[in-house]
Design a binder for this molecule. Structure first.
Ligand code: GLU
Ligand code: MG
Length: 439
């Protein structure tokens, strides 16, 4: 039985995808919901490794972590008489309550608001997570086995219960392909909750694993020679009143004209988006062809090498597929902020919708097998092969860099510069080991 908490905590999930925050007596919660709690601009330049990169904010300025007025928060469940903790995902606001330009959650909120205002649309979706279960355990080498599942069932069961209690609708949990790798998926939600729930799922998973003396590691890769862990963003478009608009039986791949434009916008800007969705040095050890991650900015039907894949549906004759048809953005991992991922996806999709871009051609087979001429004809490119290359794509794509308010740009630049400096002298294996300690 868990114990009630004496504390509550306000959290931000920052540009490194790491949750940080401040706690206070639970008895003050009502007041804190209005007043928020203090925060510091320079924190935006924090690397995953705990060091603040050189940044323009310095010692100056004050901000607040502010939950939404109607937020209910979520529970981190204490096992074995451990305390629960009530937590709230927050926006970062100025001391007068106006949004701060360095807030990733506000970046996503604003993109969703524009999608709703301009096209009457929102995103329905969920982030699918893979992770490595590290620690003293007897997980074997073989994929998908019942034995490994059974050996970890107490943890996996407690995790599902804790996710339900945290308000996340878990869907599936499995022993994945990679060594010590598992996957956990959620049922879809709508709008900002899609990103909030991604943060909650990661934190609950880490929290429950820790209470089993294990570490749930969401690093994109822990061994350069082996399989990576992706964060695949499942999404579809629906109208504000909940009508599914992604499917059209007559469209290519069963995709509607509107969804096709959205996809075209995302693929066009995907090389630059990678800087935000796969933003760490080791993201690029994962983001290579033949890993079922994503090596190219292409569109595929049930194709796990494609940057955007049309996911399978239950198309047994008589079943309605219109509500099931959805897409999956695969070039993302847990070193990214889910808010930046969702916001960037929506912004890029909006570009496609505004320009009424045509649905991109569907790639059959492995894009890595196409010749340079074929790739060019299909307008498909290899995604950046390193973090510096992705950052150069971001700088070169004035549309994508133009979405980022100055504090986001500055904070991001500061932390990535420090992150690259910290890892520069390490070989890939040592880089993986370093990131594994923090994710
Ligand atoms: N582990 C793969 C990745 O890094 C994904 C495998 C799958 O399709 O689930 O994205
Ligand atoms: Mg998987």
């Amino acid at each position: 039985m868990s114990q009630p908490s004496e504390l509550a905590i306000f959290l931000t999930n920052d540009l490194t995808g790491i949750s940080r925050g401040r706690a206070f007596p639970e008895t003050d919660l009502k007041d804190r919901m209005r007043a928020g709690c203090g925060w510091v601009p320079a924190n935006l330049a924090l690397t995953p490794f705990g060091v603040i990169g050189a940044n323009p904010f310095g010692p100056l300025g004050d901000l607040r972590l502010q939950p939404d007025a109607d937020a209910e928060g979520f529970f981190l469940t204490g096992l074995n008489d451990g305390p629960d903790l009530k937590a709230f995902m927050c926006d970062i606001v100025e001391t007068d309550g106006t949004p701060w330009g360095g807030c990733g959650r506000f970046f996503a909120k604003k993109a969703l608001a524009d999608l709703a205002r301009e096209f009457g649309l929102t995103i329905k979706g969920s982030f699918e997570h893979e992770f490595f279960l590290l620690g003293d355990n007897d997980i074997g080498d073989a994929a998908f086995t019942l034995q490994d599942f059974r050996s970890q069932q107490p943890f996996l069961g407690a995790l599902i219960a804790a996710l339900k209690r945290a308000g996340v609708d878990p869907e599936m949990i499995l022993r994945e392909y990679g060594p010590k790798q598992f996957e956990v998926t959620m049922k879809p939600s709508v709008g900002l909750a899609v990103a909030d729930r991604a943060v909650i799922l990661r934190e609950v998973t880490r929290d429950i694993a820790r209470q089993f003396n294990q570490r749930a590691c969401f690093a994109p890769i822990i061994d350069p020679a082996s399989v990576g862990s992706g964060v695949h963003v499942h999404f579809s478009l629906e109208t504000i009143d909940g009508k599914a608009v992604t499917h059209d039986a007559h469209g290519p791949g069963g995709i509607s004209t509107m969804a096709g434009s959205f996809i075209a916008g995302v693929l066009k800007h995907m090389p630059a988006l990678c800087a935000l969705t796969a933003p760490s040095v080791i993201s690029y050890l994962r983001l290579t062809p033949h890993r079922w991650s994503a090596g190219f900015n292409c569109f595929g039907y049930r194709n796990r090498e494609a940057g955007i894949r049309i996911c399978p549906v239950d198309d047994t004759p008589g079943r309605d597929v219109s509500k099931q048809v959805h897409l999956e953005f695969r070039a993302s991992d847990a070193t990214a902020s889910p808010y930046m991922v969702l916001g960037a996806l929506v912004r890029a999709g909006l570009e496609g919708l505004r320009a009424q871009m045509k649905t991109p051609p569907l790639i059959e087979g492995d894009p890595a097998d196409l010749t340079a001429a074929e790739l060019q004809k299909l307008n498909v490119r290899r995604l950046p092969e390193s973090l510096p290359a992705a950052l150069a794509e971001l700088d070169a794509d004035s549309v994508v860099s133009g979405w980022l308010p100055a504090p986001l740009r500055q904070g991001y630049h500061a932390l990535k510069t420090a992150e690259m400096a910290r890892t520069a002298a390490l070989d890939p294996q040592a880089q993986c080991a370093l990131y594994a300690d923090y994710y």
